[in-house]
Write a protein that binds this ligand. Sequence first.
Ligand SMILES: Nc1nc2c(ncn2[C@@H]2O[C@H](COP(=O)(O)OP(=O)(O)OP(=O)(O)O)[C@@H](O)[C@H]2O)c(=O)[nH]1
Ligand SMILES: [Mg+2]
Length: 291
Amino acid sequence: MGFFKGLSDFFTGYTQLDDDFYDDLTDILIMGDVGMSTAMELSDELKERVKKERVHDPDGAKKLLTVIMKEKLDAISTGHDFDYEDNKSVVLMVGVNGVGKTTSAGKLAARYRSLGRKVMLVAADTFRAAAIEQLTSWAMKTGVDIVKGREGGDPGSVVYDAIQSAKARDYDMLIVDTAGRLHNKKNLMNELSKIDQIIRSEYPDAVKETLAVVDASTGQNAKEQAKEFNEVTDVTGVVLTKLDGSAKGGIVIAIENELKIPVKFVGLGEGVSDLKRFDTGKFMEGLLDES
Ligand SMILES: Nc1nc2c(ncn2[C@@H]2O[C@H](COP(=O)(O)OP(=O)(O)OP(=O)(O)O)[C@@H](O)[C@H]2O)c(=O)[nH]1
Ligand SMILES: [Mg+2]
């Protein structure tokens, strides 16, 4: 990943761990979209632990930074982060226009179908016919059933219908695509809370998973969007799309460390298998391997 390549190269340019080193490290973290506050926090913590753990060279500092980042990311997972996978569940894809909600819904459908789950896609983006068609083509491509409403219809009633057939035909997982229209926050809140209410009253035993989909290439905006959605609804995870070709991988750390929301999946392309579970260990290996 671009972010780690840059970060890894950075360490080779120094022979000693002086103030310049820490200043430059903070800058490169900010450039990689770790965010100002997390960049400063990482840099300060590294400085402290370099002293305490008697590290003297940049290579040792790099390893220590990896440990610190991993600790921060691991601290975010609760142990119940993936409960929706093993229970009856409703997965809501939320996010602003064009971030990759529909594509990620399709990729998730393929993923869970191949894991043997009985999956249904739900076209609750009823704003335009094209959105329903787009999800229909993902349903065909992945061999997953779909429930759709009509254009201009009520998203809540599409979810209602989907839940009735999930119960009647024993589906494991509903993956609900929602509209990305950026209307105002109040409308958004109303719409999402209506859907939440329907799930709560019609399908109380289901685990509800709300995935905020954000586009990595938009940098700090991605974090802001996740934050805003978390203010209007209970976001349980983030899907970070378009990480392919982005040097902005540091946004993962910003989202987890500042918002305390786990990044659960990363999108690495447009294809059906280009959605990977975000794995802290592998992410960190990138830093150590690419030297
Ligand atoms: N390179 C790359 N492209 C992606 C990824 N995820 C989605 N896309 C592309 O981004 C574009 C928008 O994706 P959609 O899934 O339609 O986004 P959306 O959030 O549903 O958009 P709206 O419904 O219009 O709000 C499409 O061209 C996708 O193929 C990814 O991880 N990497
Ligand atoms: Mg869409």
